[in-house]
Write a protein that binds this ligand. Structure first.
Ligand code: GDP
Length: 444
């Protein structure tokens, strides 16, 4: 139910079907209606008016799918929309598969596979930066980067193949040093892309954060203080393990995924106190540990256990209850190794939250993730393909160094190309052949 509902049609028969069910207020022939225009009228079922609508026209190839398309903007009630949908189907349309419009855009060649994938990322984005990454990818930033790498690869393969197949032609010389240098450059380009995945992962999934501390240290108070921040956008997501809830919080651009917040909340009712054992377990696969100590009391054995857990991870030590007289300060010997990442905080008065966020910012170089200029990989599939491409480049390097025949190098390079082509969703083969002829005019 909503103010407006949209039913989209795409394909050759779009306007034929539309003409059967849509009566324009001012009748016009479809040939005379230009793309990107909106017309007013009524959806009718055998002369009977079903709804008053606006219809947007998109003419091939200038549409989302590259096909003829229309969007019927009706009133948003389910009855009316279902009726219009039925009318479309009765007159020859078929229900679209999930993602079919974007798939058609890909098949129609308007966007490549990585761009098509970004559409879903934009829709599913949980933070502004994630949406921004998706939009960049849709705009073709990643494709551009991959295509640039592909061009260099193609040139290398072409040179090798030409020197093998047409030794009588004057072709640029293929030297080993030159090839090794080019391969090494490509490797470092891909290495950068791979590294960006970790940043991309932070943007996409958030920093997996666990709050640990002995009972009454102030875990649930801190959690509440964080969640109640004005600028916090909280999305509850199901935890990876049973019985845990994860909350995605975006505070001022810092994406945190708080793990097992339920456990912390329950501890008030002593249903389930988070003990040392459970903390250890949760900490295992966390990106960040926030360890809370009650600074108004001397450090206890339990606190020392907590510090032990924090030792092996990226951790921030929170000296909570700083509004009370402090028995534990940053200078405490037992906090020596954490000195740089220890902060005073009062969950009760909400003092010190800013320095907590600042520490997280610095720890994860959030300021350095340059979303505006760098190409960031956010997709696991892309990362895996890039890793495969890097392995194949490594292979090519070894083959060269071992002095094996040059056509074997070409095979590894083709594998790299096909890895990259899988990112953008193209086929290899013909491409190489076309490239040879277009650049060297051998066919004349
Ligand atoms: P948890 O068991 O670690 O989740 O601890 P709670 O958040 O439930 O806090 C335990 C007690 O300490 C509660 O009575 C809180 O009101 C109190 N408390 C928590 N943070 C502070 C603080 O910063 N200052 C003071 N004075 N009391 C606090």
């Amino acid at each position: 139910m909503g103010g407006i509902g949209i039913i989209r049609m795409s394909g050759k028969e779009t306007f034929t079907i539309l003409e059967k069910i849509f009566k324009l207020k001012n009748p016009e022939k479809i040939e005379n209606i230009s793309g990107y225009s909106i017309k007013y009228g009524h959806i009718v079922d055998n002369e009977k008016i079903v709804d008053e609508v606006l219809v947007s026209y998109f003419k091939a190839p200038k549409s989302y799918t590259t096909e003829d398309m229309c969007e019927i903007n009706s009133h948003g009630g389910t009855i009316v929309m279902r009726k219009i949908l039925e009318l479309c189907l009765k007159n020859g349309a078929e229900l679209a598969e999930p993602g079919e419009f974007t798939k058609r855009a890909f098949l129609g060649g308007r966007i490549d596979l990585s761009q098509a994938e970004s559409v879903i990322d934009i829709i599913n984005a949980k933070s502004e930066s994630e949406a921004k990454e998706g939009i960049k990818q849709l705009e073709g930033f990643l494709s551009e980067k991959i295509n640039e790498t592909k061009r260099i690869l193609l040139e290398m393969i072409t040179n090798i193949e030409v020197s093998i197949d047409y030794p009588e032609y004057d072709t640029p010389e293929v030297t080993m040093e030159d090839m090794l240098q080019k391969i090494s450059n490509l490797k470092s380009e891909l290495e950068n892309l791979k590294k960006s995945f970790d940043n991309g992962k932070i943007i996409k999934d958030g920093i997996k954060t666990v709050i640990i501390g002995k009972p009454n240290a102030g875990k649930s108070s801190l959690l509440n203080a964080i969640l109640k921040e004005d600028r916090a956008i909280v999305t509850e997501v199901e935890g990876t393990t049973r019985d845990t809830i994860e909350e995605f919080v975006n505070i001022n651009g810092i994406p945190l995924k708080l793990v097992d917040t339920a456990g912390i909340r329950d501890s008030e009712d002593t249903v389930e106190k988070i003990g040392i054992e459970k903390s250890k377990k949760l900490a295992q696969d966390a990106d960040l540990i926030i360890a809370i100590l009650d600074s108004s009391k001397e450090l206890s054995k339990e606190d020392e256990e907590i510090l032990k857990i924090a030792k092996n991870k990226k951790s921030i030590i929170v000296l909570n209850k700083s509004d009370l007289e402090q028995k534990v300060t940053r200078e405490n010997q037992k906090l020596d190794i954490f000195y740089k990442n220890t902060i005073n905080l009062s969950a009760k008065n909400k003092n010190g939250l800013e320095s907590l966020y600042e520490k997280i910012n610095n720890m994860f170089n959030l300021n350095e993730i340059n979303l505006d200029n760098d190409v960031v990989i956010t997709n696991e599939r892309h990362k895996n393909l890039i890793e495969k491409a890097m392995q194949n480049l490594e292979k090519a390097t070894n083959i060269l160094k071992e002095g094996m025949p040059i056509d074997i190098v070409a095979i590894s390079l083709k594998d790299v190309l096909s890895n990259l082509n899988s990112i953008t969703g193209e086929e290899v083969g013909e491409e190489i052949i076309n490239e040879i002829f277009s650049r060297f005019c051998l066919g004349k």
